[in-house]
Design a protein around this ligand. Structure first.
Ligand code: 5GP
Ligand code: MG
Length: 173
């Protein structure tokens, strides 16, 4: 599989984003939410670069099965009342159709009252959609990527870099 981004490229871009977050949320109470499992590695690397006094929570959400979006977002309704009166930053791995982030933002704001809600992603796919992420590390073409937390049927999450998934590597075939 072809490498799209090396560990070094990812880490230097994360440092830039964290720097921006540190400026934007200075003197504000910030809560980060990690969308499991795909953004786990991105989230922890980002978190380490944030110098503000933050708190965080992890929630599970997904609309993907294999390489395709199923169009339905499944997520665990977790108790998040500690975000009331604080600024919320939702961190996900990729924005593709935007369905996952859109549902999360709508759902959270219908139940809780954070002072603001923003989104941060490692990748934004270059496709037409209504919702955009507030912070993004990289724009990518409409290709399926794996590694650095992102999977294909639960595989490849442990790759330290990002690769373009190639059907020839589908071990189930
Ligand atoms: P959306 O709801 O924006 O269509 O999709 C977002 C979710 O789909 C992401 O959080 C991620 O879990 C999954 N996803 C979308 N594109 C890719 C991709 O290229 N590779 C992997 N591994 N997951 C993807
Ligand atoms: Mg995901």
């Amino acid at each position: 599989m072809k490498t799209l981004f090396t560990e070094k490229q990812i880490s230097s871009r994360i440092k830039q984003i964290a720097k921006q977050i540190n400026v934007d949320y200075k003197n504000k109470e910030l809560v980060l939410v990690c969308i499991l499992k795909g953004s786990l590695i991105f989230f922890s690397d980002l978190l380490k670069q944030i110098t503000l006094p933050v708190s965080f929570e992890c929630i599970k959400a997904s609309s993907y099965k294999g390489c395709k979006s199923e169009g339905v977002v499944i997520f665990c309704n977790q108790e998040l009342s500690f975000i009331n009166g604080k600024h919320l930053l939702i961190v996900d791995d990729i924005i593709d159709t935007g369905l996952t982030l859109d549902s999360l933002v709508k759902n959270i704001s219908s139940v809780y009252s954070p002072l603001s809600i923003k989104t941060c992603v490692l990748f934004s796919k270059k496709i037409k959609r209504d919702i955009q992420a507030d912070y993004k590390a990289f724009d990518i073409e409409n290709e399926f990527v794996v590694g650095y937390g992102l999977d294909y049927n639960e595989r490849y999450r442990n790759l330290p870099c990002i690769k373009i998934y190639n059907q020839e590597h589908n071990v189930t075939r």
